[in-house]
Design a protein around this ligand. Structure first.
Ligand SMILES: C[C@H](O)[C@H](O)[C@@H](O)C(=O)CO
Ligand SMILES: [Mn+2]
Length: 418
């Protein structure tokens, strides 16, 4: 523990204590929160099943920064590096295409054994795992997946999702914590469809088939992720946000809110308390949409801050799984993970460092002057001193020193890769 950081924390602690915030308790609470680090930031969403297949599904990665992972071992090494620079104990989010096997298999053949090495690694590192069926970047995904009107294509994807759920349940059982199996499909139309009902009915029925097998909630929870539009599906997205909101509510499963999947002027954090009085829980994909679902690396901007604050102020952390979803290949990919995760955690810390009860009291008694004045003053409270202390407490670099470690890793490891 360096002395200046400790001293700054002592002063910050006193300042927060004066307004009723116990910073030690806050840091204890923050240390219990897991953020799920999306493995696909490490290799531009290519995976190891069909790495030569172009990225499809209306998502896109820009940039060609050297050093992307091309094997599971490389990706795990990159994740290890990133996780060593992020305070706390977290999860890693895998897509089905990230198999670690020598077998040549297709997506309708995946089994837990194809991911055994990931589980072994997660056990060694004390990590949790989340999972996602991969319903894109595949020859059978060009004309729809679960909502396809071709029975053979639809059956292929139903089988894939069913098997994904088994893999997720295996993760949860082995790691003794819930694995979220998040279903996202790219199905939709570029131009205005005439029949908007049939694809959605087919999707509903396909999902119902996928979800037939029951698993222990303690090991696996299903989540469905909607979207406003994708490239090539600008006019109609079968799995829209409203569709999945309804599906999640009626099937008692999680609804995934991706911060990039709404109209840019919408405040996604406002959706949490609209859903949770009724719904089982939320999965979040914290992301940074720039004008569209651009999947920029998360930073501590107003939208991210609102996400953290809303979760904390409304006591939603027990019902919310926090994941990230961005993929930027214009910068060092390990750094991207670290920046996104640290910023997400900072948003939660900011939320916890406010005098929530005082603010709620002011609000309930109609004292909106106090509410506004205090929330504005909080912005210049010494949050950075608390964050740095937390980093030191968790044995990770406090400030930009983490970047030196990433640069060193880049020089020694990443630049050596083809
Ligand atoms: C790779 C992810 O599954 C994907 O980004 C999905 O979650 C999504 O957000 C699609 O826009
Ligand atoms: Mn997403």
């Amino acid at each position: 523990m360096t002395k200046p950081i400790e001293e700054a924390y002592t002063l910050a602690k006193q300042k927060y204590a004066a307004i009723g915030v116990d910073t030690d308790a806050v840091l204890e609470k923050l240390s219990q929160i897991k953020v799920s680090l999306q493995c696909w930031q490490g290799d531009d969403v290519l995976g190891f099943m069909f790495p030569d297949q172009a990225l499809t599904g209306g998502i896109s990665v820009s940039g060609n920064y050297p050093g992307k992972a091309t094997t599971p071992a490389q990706l795990r090494a990159d994740l290890d590096k990133a996780l060593s620079l992020i305070p706390g104990n977290h999860k890693v989010n895998l897509h089905a295409i990230y198999v670690d096997t020598d077998e040549k298999i297709d997506l309708d053949q995946i089994e837990p054994k194809h991911y055994e090495k990931w589980v072994q690694w997660a056990k060694e590192k004390g990590l949790g795992l989340d999972f996602n069926p991969t319903c894109f970047s595949h020859p059978k995904s060009t004309d729809g997946t679960l909502s396809s009107n071709d029975p053979e294509t639809q059956a292929f994807w139903i089988e894939h999702v069913k098997r994904s759920r088994k893999v997720a349940a295996y993760f949860g059982e082995e790691l003794n914590q819930t694995c979220v199996n998040n279903i996202w499909i790219p199905d939709g139309y570029k131009d205005n469809p005439i029949d908007k009902m049939s694809p959605r009915v087919r999707l509903r029925d396909a999902l119902d088939q996928c979800l037939e097998e029951k698993f222990d909630d303690a090991h696996m929870l299903d989540a469905v992720e909607g979207k406003l539009f994708g490239i090539g599906a600008e006019s109609f997205t079968t799995g829209s946000n409203d569709f999945y909101l309804s599906y999640a509510l009626t099937r008692d499963i999680l609804w995934t809110i991706d911060a990039g999947h709404f109209h840019p002027t919408e405040d996604v954090s406002d959706k949490f308390t609209a859903f949770l009085p009724f719904g089982k829980g939320l999965m979040l994909h914290v992301s940074r949409p720039i004008r569209w679902d651009s999947d920029h690396v998360v930073i501590l901007d107003e939208a991210t801050t609102r996400i953290g604050e809303t979760l904390v102020r409304n006591d939603l952390l027990d019902k919310t799984f926090i994941g990230m979803d961005f993929f930027d290949a214009t910068i060092n990919r390990v750094a991207a993970m670290v920046i996104g995760a640290r910023s997400t955690l900072k948003s939660l810390l900011l939320g916890m460092l406010s005098p929530i009860e005082t603010l709620k009291d002011a609000e309930s008694t109609g004292d909106f002057t106090t509410r506004l004045a205090v929330t504005e003053e909080m912005k210049s409270y010494p949050f950075g001193a608390v964050w740095e202390f937390y980093c030191q407490q968790q044995n990770v670099p406090a400030g930009t020193e983490w970047l030196t470690e990433v640069k060193d890793y880049e020089q020694k490891i990443l630049t050596e890769r083809k």
